[in-house]
Design a protein around this ligand. Sequence first.
Ligand code: NI
Length: 176
Amino acid sequence: MAYIREIITEGHPTLRKVAKKVDLSEIADPMFQQLLDDMFETMYDAPGIGLAAPQVAISKRIFTVDLQDDDEAHGPLVVINPKFTVTEGEIESVEGCLSVPGMVGDLTRFEHVVCTGLDRNGKKISLDGTGLFGRCLQHEMDHLNGVLYIDKAKNLRPAETDEEVAEAEAVTAGAR
Ligand code: NI
């Protein structure tokens, strides 16, 4: 059974902490696996395409991603203790975040990243991210470092056009 957890918003101190690395011995703990199940439930309920553990007030280096685009490379994915091994190029994007409700902003992200980490069984994974997937990985990684997109965004504004509202509400526990 998975449960929807509360998504905390800007102003909550946990969003500003550098999250702690997950110890390998934690991964098999049923409570840890429950957290992962709850993160997916919370992300799908939002609905969002990415959710970082600090957004549910758990200061650990974990995020979930599911672009829900029928490409299994895009999720459902759990990434524990992620690291970028490749960051290259630049791409302009509009992002929102469920922890900053109703707002969007423009920012520059890497066009291509390779993210390594562990899956929910503690197995090593490597994810190649471009486009929306790559931006989502970067947005979620920022959450693990206490960074919100609003720290980097220009032209931060209330979501107004249909497209912006979609960015801010429909798909953005993570990035879009
Ligand atoms: Ni976010």
